[in-house]
Design a protein around this ligand. Structure first.
Ligand code: ZN
Length: 279
């Protein structure tokens, strides 16, 4: 894909109405990102957090992710600085949270206010995390360096971003990933210009969705360890943490992470990946 077309495709995604989106993570250009020339000057261990834009919003960062930059320990309670435009009222809505542009799990870097944006809980903990986990797994298993860029995309002067573009390209082999993740919170409509909750009357469908969400949140709390990644299309499951290259190629809509045990998956007639389970 040529660069102009690539940009157009991304602009089309940004200009969509996020509250009406059905697919929350979109694969762009068959996962082949197109970087700018200056992106390649990024130095390992020195992430570049972009300056705030004219509206005072954080808007992205680039880094090289390698086995050296992955954190050795998982920090559970990190104190995040507030992103610009953040206000106390955001905290009480149960929609937004201070979200990393480049995840701690990749760069092991903590507080830089330019690395924090206003993301939905769903974007931060699910849509972005899936992509981050794929990259982290790949770096860990293949010991490669990956040029990794996240751009926070806003429509006009909105305070709340429409979504984030994640572009990643290995320097040492041909692994790459290019995804747009929408900044949405299922069942909650909010205004992107100011973050206020849309007070339109909710339909019965919205209310049911809310209840379902609440239930799944409750069950999520009990589940602690993700064990496997299932490709629901091929019905093959892969190891979560030491997954093979096939596990990274699963389309987002076919991908399901699970805390279930191996025997339960076998009972459901899912097949273990040969690559993952012979090593
Ligand atoms: Zn596998």
């Amino acid at each position: 894909m040529e660069k102009e077309k690539y940009k157009q495709e991304i602009n089309k995604l940004i200009n969509a109405e996020p509250n009406k989106i059905r697919k929350y993570t979109v694969t762009i250009n068959n996962d082949k990102p197109i970087f700018n020339q200056k992106d390649y000057a990024t130095i390992e261990g020195k992430p570049n957090y972009y300056k705030l834009d004219r509206e005072g919003r954080s808007n992205g960062a680039i880094a090289i992710i390698s086995p050296n930059t992955l954190p050795l320990i998982t920090k559970k309670k990190l104190k995040y600085p507030s992103p610009s435009n953040w206000s106390k009222s955001f905290e009480n809505k149960k929609i937004f949270e201070k979200s990393h542009i480049i995840a701690y799990s990749l760069s092991a870097k903590i507080a830089n206010p330019n690395n924090i944006f206003i993301g939905t809980i769903k974007l931060n903990r699910s849509y972005m995390k899936k992509v981050e986990n794929k990259v982290r797994r790949y770096v860990k298993n293949n010991l490669v360096r990956i040029l990794y860029k996240v751009t926070v995309k806003y429509k006009g002067a909105n305070k709340i971003p429409t979504g984030v573009l994640i572009e990643a390209q290995s320097i040492d082999d041909d692994y790459s990933i290019c995804r747009f993740c929408y900044n949405v919170q299922k069942g909650k409509n909010f205004r992107y210009d100011n973050g206020f909750i849309d007070t339109k009357k909710h339909t019965l469908g919205d209310i049911i969705k809310d209840i379902k969400d609440k239930f799944s949140r409750k069950s999520n709390r009990k589940q602690q360890y993700l064990n496997f990644v299932i490709n629901i299309k091929t019905k093959v499951f892969h190891l979560y943490d030491d997954g093979c290259i096939q596990s990274k190629n699963i389309e987002p809509e076919n991908e399901q992470e699970t805390t279930a045990k191996e025997k339960d998956l076998l009972k459901k007639n899912l097949k273990p990946c040969k690559k993952c389970f012979t090593n």
